[in-house]
Design a protein around this ligand. Structure first.
Ligand SMILES: [Zn+2]
Length: 127
């Protein structure tokens, strides 16, 4: 069963602790992708943040896909559009499926610090 957050598996009494809930959630995401990497189509055994966490990507279901370890590692913190379009295994159908999956995705706002200098104070802004 695919629920939107790990905690939902606890609310539905399907899991008794957070570790189990997270495991069930990840397994459900993998099932949605038939256990195949969203990018290359090989067997996928990891979960990737489409919009990388290091670039403000959220931990929400529409930002998580099943991914093989090689793609996950190779993609790293790169923007998915840049990374995926450069891959020899890029496929339009797979890209459309990813776009469809993340259609309602809203990136989490990221707080950035702009260092002040010469008497100008440091400020934080939400981007
Ligand atoms: Zn892959």
């Amino acid at each position: 069963m695919l629920l939107s957050k790990p905690q939902d598996y606890m609310y539905e009494l399907l899991a008794t602790n957070k570790t189990e809930a997270t495991r069930m959630w990840k397994k459900a995401i993998k099932n949605e992708w038939s256990g195949c990497c969203a990018y290359c189509g090989q067997e996928g055994d990891t979960i990737d943040h489409i919009h990388a966490q290091g670039k403000g990507g959220a931990n929400s279901i529409n930002n998580m896909v099943c991914c093989c370890a090689e793609c996950n590692k190779d993609k790293g913190q790169e923007f998915v559009e840049i990374w995926y379009f450069q891959q020899y295994f890029f496929k339009e159908e797979r890209w459309e499926k990813i776009e469809e999956w993340r259609r309602d995705y809203k990136p989490a706002p990221v707080k950035r610090y702009i260092r002040g200098k010469e008497g100008i104070p440091t400020r934080s802004v939400i981007l």
